[in-house]
Structures are given as C-alpha cells and as structure tokens.
Design a protein around this ligand. Sequence first.
Ligand code: PBG
Length: 426
Amino acid sequence: MASTVSFSPANVQMLQARSGHGHATFGSCSAVPRAGPRLRSTAIRVSSEQEAAAAVRAPSGRTIEECEADAVAGKFPAPPPLVRPKAPEGTPEIRPLDMAKRPRRNRKSPALRSAFQETSISPANFVLPLFIHEGEEDAPIGAMPGCYRLGWRHGLLDEVYKARDVGVNSFVLFPKVPDALKSPTGDEAYNDNGLVPRTIRLLKDKFPDIVIYTDVALDPYSSDGHDGIVREDGVIMNDETVYQLCKQAVSQARAGADVVSPSDMMDGHIGALRSALDAEGFHDVSIMSYTAKYASSFYGPFREALDSNPRFGDKKTYQMNPANYREALIETAADEAEGADILLVKPGLPYLDIIRLLRDNSALPIAAYQVSGEYSMIKAAGALGMVDEQKVMMESLMCLRRAGADVILTYFARHAAAVLCGMGPK
Ligand code: PBG
C-alpha cells in the first residue's frame, strides 16, 4: 500500500549513499573531484557555496598533492582526543557478553532511529468525525472534552477551516436529530433537506475540495435508537432496513457526499447500496463499509453526543461479538464481493489484531475508527495527570497505522495534525 512507503529525508540520504548518486543533488555529502570548467554548467558539480566553504578551510593555497604528502609524513593537526565515557562508581567490571547480534545498535541515535522507522503518519491519513446540530451555538459534549455539537452554519465551518489549516481534508458527519423528527422507520434519514444533506451542500459550496464521508445507519433518526427498524418482538429487520438505508445513501450522494459509510451491520447492505447508487448515476460515490464493527461499550460517549442510546436492549444481533476473530473474515469476504471500496474496523486500539487480519486478507484500503470511548479515556487520564495526553494520543495513532490502517477516523485529528505540522497543541 502506498501509505506504508513514504519518503523522509532520513530515508533519502541512505538511498543516495547506497546508489552512489549522492553528489548529483547532495554535493556537500560526497567526495566529488573538483569539476573542470566544461562540467561547471552541468548538474554534476560542486555547488559554489561549497567552493566558498572549501576556500575558508584551505586558505594556504596548498595543492591536494602537498596535503597528501603531509598526511603521509604524519604532519596534520591533532584530531580531538578519544574519550572513553566513564561508568558510574560501583559499576561491575565484567567481560562483555559474547553476542553477534545486538539490536540496540540500530537504535543508538535519533538519525539511525528515524532512518529505520517502519511506519509513518501524516494528516492525510486522518478523517475527522464532526457532530452537527440545528443550533446556532456549539454545545459541549460532556463525555468528550474538547468535542462539540457544532452549529451546522457556524461552528462547523470554523472547525473545518481550522482542520484544513493543519492538513486534514476528510470529514465524517454525525447529526444530532431533534426528537420530533425521529420515528420507528427513521424516514428523516432520507429527507433531502434534512440536516446532513443540507450541511453537505453548504460544506461543498464553501470548501469544494474536501472529502465528505457520511454515516449510513438509522440510529440518529430512530425513535428506538437502533440502527435498523425494530419489529414488535425486538427483532431488527434486515432487508427492510437495507431498503431505507439505500434511500438514505442516495440522498447523501445527491447532496454531494464523496464516500457513504454504512455503519449499520445489516447483511447484504453493501451490494444493495452499490446498486442503488449506480441506478441513480452515482458510480463515483465510494462506499466505506464498517466491515468489522463490534458490539462495544467504547461507543458510550458517542451515544451521549447524539442522544442515540438504544431505548431498549443492545446491538448484539447485528454488531459483532468482541470475542470473535475469524468472523471478521466472513464480513470481509462479503463486503469485498459486494463492492466496498474501503474496509473499516471499529473500535481501533482494542482491536489491532482485527485491523491486521483485514490488512493481510484484502488489498483494499483499511480504515480504523478510534472511537469515542478511546478518545475519552486518553482525555480523562491526561486531565488527571496520569499520562501525557499528547504523547499517548500520537502513540495510539501510530499503533493503528502499524497494525495496518491506511486511514484513521479520530476525534484527535486536528490536534494530532497540528503536532505533525510542528504547531503543537490545537
Ligand atoms: C452508529 C454509529 C456509532 C458510532 C458510529 N456510528 C454508535 C453505535 O453503533 O452505537 C460510534 C462512534 C464512536 O463511538 O466514536 N451507526
């Protein structure tokens, strides 16, 4: 995957040193003979700054031959003395272990460590989830310090603007829907003038080049707080729900969504969504499937944010059992066959093995969702002074990448991108 192959200056120097082309662009790093006048105008030459520096170092005008003769005769200024760093008093005097392999050799300096770093992360890997509501003011979310339900016409635009400033260009929208618009069949989900389609149109108008992901599921619109239609006996009806979801996805696509993201875990939903989108001419709208979405307690703060807690029961008949690993392969095969463009694992950090499983079993891009509970735990421990919030944040994101995630949905996107841009917090 392109995301695991990246160039940083630390890598480039190594490549050039090995291939012997260092002098072409890094004149100062290699011993290139002084170029003759004919070569001066070509790319292969010592830069004029370097000639100037050489003149300062050799003011006597002595030739190379004279200097070499001096070196052969042992006449050169004494180099800095060799110093043997002292061990503290009382350090035992021992015979060094007889080991051919000492992996610490490759970690001994920052330059070596960064040259050998296997995983990288950039703001381009982030998708920022945004909570929106009908209000004018932003409303703080108690269980998610630093996150707000954003006013769709004000706070939201400000947040997107700030995120783009640090290189985050991808967003996923989650609406807080007024109770009066919720119903057992979630029909508000496909209202073309509903909060989500309206917001997409506004965002696309203000920021045409951003990537907008949408959530496809009925829970924000369901008076039962479930992702699908609930039958009298509590059963979540699969195919009838998929029918509603198709209308929802098409409505989002019509408004300008780039990637629709079904998080509902109904069977057969990806194929049905693909057909529905294609039938309306939205062949270019991508599908990011929540392939392995577990019935997790880590979603608690999110449900508070959207006021979308299930009114009864749990989501265990559609979301996966956290104890299961192989089952993720069944979902992966189905989603691939049905035409998903991106496969998502959720939650993130407690499910690194599942991210790796999907990475190793599909060539599609893999997304990981660092969910609300993961965010809140890091925030809470940081606020209590128990961990360094910023360092734990960056480490958790790097670990999601190491496990195999190409993109990460994270409430930390703006903060982490600012750190990566060298701009510190926020
Ligand atoms: C619902 C949905 C949920 C999340 C994303 N989409 C909650 C749920 O399934 O109950 C959770 C995200 C988070 O916790 O950050 N379709």
